[in-house]
Design a protein around this ligand. Structure first.
Ligand code: S3P
Length: 452
């Protein structure tokens, strides 16, 4: 086990990589394969601890799973085939595991318990408790925090739920609960607000998923609904590389002049690839390959597009003429949510300064990510103003190597590993082993493309 990780600055990044499967898609593929009535084989399944927690929990619910590296075979038990677990399901550090499984467990005719590590037990769960109770489940919690005791009900009641926060985990929790409803379950969110992997996967499995644009208080919103079925079959397929993991490599290559990096077969779902648009608007040379002549993408397993990303590092990041890209805010934030820590690091190198606003959700992630980023940037000599909903870096600053703290959070560890590469002098990151939560191979792969 790594404890404090020492990182020396790098000259540039070069090479070609293929990354482990997308974490968000892997969770969903595993859960839906477990509820299907056939056996499926998933290739390039995420190697993350988070997805391991999902597989472990499904096994405790009576699902037979065979794993051989990144290849996972799942024997579906059908929508009514899960068994009452004999012990609480430990979701580890994974919010996605807890919130999505809660949706599934709400529609079972047994009682189950969901728990997790200290970080997960301090993350808000009222956001899923409320809609699931409206659907008829009974959930007790520690004042809105896990452990959760879920008394399921079969079938659940159909609801139409208007989302209060932009969260794909909450949306997915409700849609998965909707599989044990008679009729249609509807979730209303701002149009295109959050990642749509659940909707795509359900559609690819033959579910009738409708998205209707409607107007609420003169804002265009989307009503997403799913109609339940008595049973369904899942498909085997390959999970695309994780774009949120790719983001750290893309940022490192963008920040080190002379870098040339190709990342193969990365998921390019439109609700996840906003980071590429932001980088382009800051002048980064980032291109996509593998588009077919008709403009569609090469592979579409689980209805997910994927292609290759090529980044060339050059000197200096500067916003496009409109100057807007100095500030990330508003509707953009939910689509960049996991990339914001590394974007803050990148922001230290943007001419004219950089700001992130409307991102209060960062405070309830695996750590308080606003606090963690601000503290670590300050340790590296950056002047940074902390806001309740984000941060402002007033000017471009040369980073100094420093003692950094991951706050037990995988994305903070990886974002500051990138910061350490562009700093003057070596850095040391405490808690760097947390990368295993999403990306156990991170440091080895990084080392394989660094030139010093
Ligand atoms: C995820 C949704 C996001 C994201 C998380 C994974 C998902 O969380 O931060 O890493 O797979 O649906 P929220 O939906 O809670 O914002």
């Amino acid at each position: 086990m790594i404890h404090a990780m020492r990182i020396e600055p790098a000259r540039k990044i070069s090479g070609e990589l293929r990354l482990p499967g997308d974490k968000s898609i892997s969770h969903r593929a595993a859960i839906l394969a477990a509820l299907a009535s056939n056996r499926t084989q998933i290739a390039n399944f995420s190697t993350s601890e988070d997805c391991r927690a999902t597989l472990r929990s499904l096994a405790q619910l009576g699902v037979e799973i065979e794993r051989d590296g990144t290849s996972v075979a799942i024997e579906g038990v059908g929508l009514d085939g899960l068994r009452q677990p004999s012990a609480p399901l430990d979701c580890g550090n994974s919010g996605s595991t807890m919130r999505m499984l809660a949706g599934v467990l709400a529609g079972q005719d047994f009682v189950s318990m969901l728990t997790g590590d200290e970080s997960l037990r301090s993350r808000p769960m009222k956001r899923i408790i409320e809609p699931l109770e409206m659907m008829g489940a009974r959930i007790s919690s520690e004042s809105g925090y896990a452990p959760l005791r879920i008394e399921g009900r079969r079938p659940l009641k159909a609801i139409s739920y208007e989302m209060k926060i932009a969260s794909a985990q909450v949306k997915s929790c409700i849609l998965l609960a909707g599989l044990n409803v008679r009729g249609r379950t509807e979730v209303i969110e701002r149009k295109g607000a959050t990642r749509d992997h659940t909707e795509r996967m359900l559609r690819s499995l033959g579910f009738k998923v409708q998205t209707k644009t409607i107007e609420r208080n003169s804002v265009e919103v989307e009503a997403i609904s799913v109609e339940s079925r008595a049973q369904f079959s899942a498909h085997s397929g390959t999970i695309p590389g994780d774009i949120s993991s790719a983001a750290f490599f893309i940022a490192a290559a963008a920040l080190l002049p002379g870098s040339k990096l190709k990342i193969n077969q990365v998921g390019l779902n439109p609700t996840r690839k906003q980071i590429l648009t932001v980088l382009r608007s800051l002048g980064v040379d980032v291109r996509l390959e593998s588009v077919k002549p008709d403009g569609s993408w090469e592979r579409q397993d689980f209805d997910e597009p994927f292609g290759d990303i090529i980044v060339n590092g050059s000197i200096g990041l500067a916003p496009a003429v409109d100057g807007q890209s100095n500030v990330l805010r508003g509707d953009l934030i939910p689509q960049l949510i996991d990339e914001l820590p590394v974007l803050a690091v990148l922001g230290t190198q943007v001419l004219g300064g950089f700001s992130i606003r409307d991102a209060k959700e960062l405070r309830v992630k695996e750590s308080d990510r606003i606090r963690a980023v601000v503290e670590n940037l300050r340790a590296m000599g950056v002047e940074v103003e902390e806001h309740e909903d984000g941060l402002t870096i007033p000017r471009r600053t040369r980073l100094r190597g420093a003692k950094l703290d991951a706050h037990g959070d995988h994305r903070i560890a990886m974002a500051f590993a990138v910061a350490a590469l562009i700093a003057e002098g070596a850095s040391e990151i405490t808690g760097a082993e947390s990368v295993a939560v999403s990306f156990p191979e991170f440091f080895d792969l990084l080392e394989s493309v660094i030139e010093r």
